[in-house]
Design a protein around this ligand. Sequence first.
Ligand SMILES: [Zn+2]
Length: 254
Amino acid sequence: MLRLVHTLVFLLPALFLAHSIKASAPKAAVYTGCKVPNTVALTFDDGPYINQTDISKMLVEKGAKGTFFVNGYNYECIYGKKVAARLQATYNAGHQICSHTWDHPDLTDLNATEIQAESDKIDVALQKILGITTQFIRPPYGSYNNMVRQVLSNKTFIIWDFDSGDSVGASVQESENAYDQAIAGNVTSLLALNHETEKTTVSDVLPYAINKLQAAGYNLVTVAECLGMAPYTSVEPLGQRDATWFCPEERSGD
Ligand SMILES: [Zn+2]
């Protein structure tokens, strides 16, 4: 009996929340690929991280742009002095910055309040640091369900149609082969998943992929450009550091 009471105590709030959103409630749009022909959107997840500047410079040198799906607190705290300055430089270089949630949970494991907080916390950080309100979010692991889409109905979900495999153990050769196969298949466009936190993605795979894709005639653009959509719902000047720039997990901005 005690066990049953226990179970009910834990289950009831979850049932209530699940039922508090109507099945007919609006859902976030989900894009798994680009829409503009002849484009490739190279995307980089899980930063901000130390490799970001190298990626940004490499793309700029090639006349290309990338899209960074960043967390607030994953590998690094987004409010750290060097981290925030690096992110501002990446943004100023013309790349697109999007949400990848605050600390990279599987959103389907969370309740509605927690899902909203995961989105809001990183959005606030991007407003403070970059002055932007980002429209696009990539749910960690590409994992979402109807409840996640309903809670975040005002966002646009970006998944991918090409995975370099860099976060799941692919070797440099395997990632390069994957790009070669896509090019050989004459795909109309690519929405390509990569991770800025993987060293060999930056040192080996990326220079290879950029050269091969450009030689094949693809334009390397942001996700917003490859979809023909606006990246941000508001754009203000870069923010100025203040006492609110810290990750609660660290209790400090450094
Ligand atoms: Zn991720």
